[in-house]
Design a protein around this ligand. Structure first.
Ligand SMILES: *[C@@H]1O[C@H](CO)[C@@H](O)[C@H](O)[C@H]1NC(C)=O
Length: 291
C-alpha cells in the first residue's frame, strides 16, 4: 500500500510544484524587468551603459576641471558607500593571519546595503546573505561569544565541541548550521561579489556587459553549489542586471567614470584580500568541503 501511495503523492506534489515553480520564475523575471524599467535604464529611453570617452580622456577632463588629483576618491572616504564597506573588511584583517569575525560581519552588512539596490539578483545570488550574517552575529554575541572572536578560534571550538557537520552533508535546518559552515557560504558569496565588482570596474567599453561578466562569475563560483531551479532563476535574473554605468553611479555617485572605476577596483581588491585570507584559513582546516 505504502509503495503505491508514495509515487502518487510525489506525482501529485510534482504536478503542483512544477507550474508553481515556473510561475514563480516568471514572476521573478517580470518583477526584475519592471524594476529596471522604473529605474529608467534599459526601458528604451536610456541606455544602461553610457558609452563615454575612454578613461584616460575622462581623467584629463577631470584634471582640467578640478583641483589637482585628490588622494582618494570621495566614495572611498568615510562618508562614501565604498569607504563604509572597505573599512570593516580591512579591520577584519588586523589579527595577524586570522580574520576577526565581528568586523567581517560588519563589512558584510555594508556589502549587502551596497548590493541591494542593484536588484534582486544580488540578494538571490548571495542566497540570503542577510540571514547568514544575522545567524553568525547571533553566535558572535551569544553565550559562546568567547569562542567566536575570529575564524581560527571559531573553527577550533566548533571542532572540539563536535559542532561541525560531516563534509558534504547539509544540516537539516540551515539556521542551526555551524558557524564554520555559515562562514563558508558567505565566503563563496564574497568571492562572487568581488569578481563581479572587479570585472565591472575593469571591463572594456566594447567588451561583455556587466550582466554577462557577473553572470559568468556566478556560473564559476556559485552555480556549482546551487540547485538546478536556482541556477535557472539566476540566469533569468541576470538578463535584467544593471548596466556598467548605473553600477558605477551607485558605487560613486556624481563622480567621473575613471574615478568611479578606480574606486570600485580598490574596493574589490580589499574584498580579494579578505577572500584570500579566509580561503587559506578554511583550506588549512579542511573546511572547504563542509557544504
Ligand atoms: C589573492 O591570491 C591570488 C592567488 O594566490 C593572488 O594571485 C592575488 O594576488 C591575491 N590577491 C590579493 C589582493 O592579495
Amino acid at each position: 500500500m505504502g509503495v503505491v501511495l508514495l509515487p502518487q503523492v510525489s506525482r501529485r506534489w510534482l504536478r503542483h510544484t512544477i507550474p508553481l515553480a515556473i510561475f514563480a520564475l516568471l514572476l521573478f523575471y517580470l518583477c526584475t524587468r519592471s524594476l529596471r524599467a522604473l529605474s529608467g535604464c534599459g526601458s528604451g529611453a536610456q541606455p544602461c551603459v553610457t558609452e563615454g570617452p575612454p578613461p584616460s580622456q575622462i581623467r584629463q577632463q577631470l584634471g582640467s576641471l578640478e583641483a589637482p588629483e585628490r588622494e582618494e576618491p570621495r566614495c572611498l572616504g568615510p562618508e562614501g558607500m565604498l569607504g563604509r564597506l572597505v573599512r570593516p573588511f580591512r579591520a577584519s584583517l588586523n589579527l595577524e593571519g586570522d580574520v576577526e569575525l565581528s568586523q567581517y560581519l560588519a563589512g558584510w552588512r555594508e556589502l549587502i546595503k551596497f548590493l541591494t539596490p542593484f536588484g534582486s539578483i544580488f540578494t538571490f545570488a548571495t542566497s540570503e546573505a542577510f540571514s547568514k550574517v544575522t545567524a553568525l552575529e547571533a553566535r558572535v554575541h551569544g553565550p559562546d561569544a568567547a569562542h567566536y572572536t575570529s575564524l581560527a578560534t571559531m573553527a577550533a571550538w566548533e571542532r572540539r565541541a563536535g559542532l561541525l557537520e560531516r563534509p558534504g552533508v547539509a544540516p537539516p535546518d540551515s539556521a542551526k548550521a555551524s558557524g564554520s559552515r555559515t562562514t563558508l557560504l558567505l565566503h563563496r558569496a564574497l568571492r562572487w561579489s568581488q569578481l563581479c565588482l572587479q570585472r565591472v570596474a575593469t571591463g572594456a567599453h566594447r567588451g561583455p556587459s556587466a550582466g554577462e561578466q557577473c553572470s559568468d562569475a556566478y556560473s564559476t563560483v556559485l552555480g556549482p553549489h546551487h540547485p538546478w531551479l536556482v541556477r535557472q532563476a539566476a540566469r533569468l535574473a541576470f538578463l535584467s542586471f544593471p548596466g556598467r554605468g548605473r553600477l558605477l553611479d551607485l558605487a560613486c555617485p556624481r563622480t567621473g567614470e575613471a574615478e568611479a572605476r578606480a574606486a570600485l577596483a580598490r574596493a574589490a581588491g580589499t574584498l580579494e584580500e579578505v577572500y584570500n585570507r579566509t580561503q587559506g584559513l578554511l583550506a588549512e582546516r579542511g573546511l572547504l568541503q563542509l557544504a
